[in-house]
Write a protein that binds this ligand. Structure first.
Ligand code: DGL
Length: 276
């Protein structure tokens, strides 16, 4: 049993980590569309089109379930993907406004996500449903995805972006922070240094992993086989050498990386030259 997971870049690796921890026998194919990262400032239609093509590529590789491990792509494309591939189980990301609302004692929460995620209907509907009586402070953390892609997890610029986002939230008694972008768990320790350990930080990756497990068991009668060596196959549409280094640094995984090319027709194919 093989599932497909994608993101604009390395952010979805935080979701891969949670799924692989929970289901160590499950085969995973991961696509990082690093040729187009960041997605967060792009038009919804463009993100939708990338997401559709990546989904088609993953289906060609034989995956039976897709995880859109990107809040931005989920905001732009989840509904469309479910309409386009009606029999395919698709798990998406959504900013964890519901659990934040359940947990916050000060009734003030902070949400960190990209501009496209904040603009999407999905986020608006969550705020509408669970935001009653809740002060929600939003920040797009401009430039943070780029810093994380560059491996700057603790650098001065990264710290400055996070301080600028968090200080007004903390001044307004925010006690819960939602990581509404899958890149952000990789700066969790810096975020904790700034916010202190009294603030709760919600990373939705473990909940997404549990959702995948539930779906696999109910739809495919899946039994995990931790004794089996899971096949983890990684693709990037940019530089496979850099991507291998990123995966090694973030996950400690030294596996097979292949390069994908966006064709002139707007589809994806595997580059012939092999980067083993
Ligand atoms: N990791 C992404 C997300 O969850 C995408 C960030 C971006 O490409 O802008 O939103």
């Amino acid at each position: 049993m093989k599932i497909g997971i994608f993101d604009s870049g390395i952010g979805g690796l935080s979701v891969v980590r949670a799924i692989h921890e929970l289901l160590p026998g499950l085969d995973i194919i991961y696509v990082a569309d690093q040729a187009h990262v960041p997605y967060g400032r792009r038009q919804m239609a463009e993100i939708r089109s990338f997401s559709e093509q990546i989904t088609r590529f993953l289906l060609d590789q034989g995956v039976e379930l897709i995880v859109v491990a990107c809040n931005t792509a989920s905001a732009a494309a989840l509904k469309y993907l479910r309409q386009t591939f009606p029999t395919l189980p698709i798990v998406g990301m959504e900013p964890a406004v519901k659990p934040a609302s359940q947990q916050s004692l000060t009734r003030a929460v902070g949400v960190l996500a990209t501009p496209a995620t904040f603009q999407g209907e999905l986020y608006q509907s969550l705020v509408h449903k669970y935001g009653d009586g809740l002060q929600i402070y939003q920040d797009t953390c401009a430039g943070l995805v780029e810093e994380i892609e560059a491996g700057h997890l603790k650098d001065a610029t990264t710290r400055h972006i996070l301080e600028t986002a968090l200080e007004p939230m903390l001044a307004n008694k925010v006690d819960t922070i939602v990581l509404g972008c899958t890149h952000y768990p990789f700066v969790l320790s810096l975020l904790r240094e700034i916010a202190g350990d009294k603030v709760q930080v919600i990373d939705p990756a473990p909940a997404v992993a549990r959702r995948v497990e539930t779906l696999l068991r109910s739809e495919f009668d899946y039994q995990d086989r931790p004794d089996k060596n899971a096949l983890l196959n990684f693709f990037t549409s940019a530089d496979p050498v850099l991507f291998r280094h990123q995966i090694d640094t973030l996950l400690g995984y030294k596996g097979r990386i292949q390069k994908l090319i966006w064709t002139n027709e707007g589809g994806l194919e595997i580059e012939k030259k092999n980067h083993q």
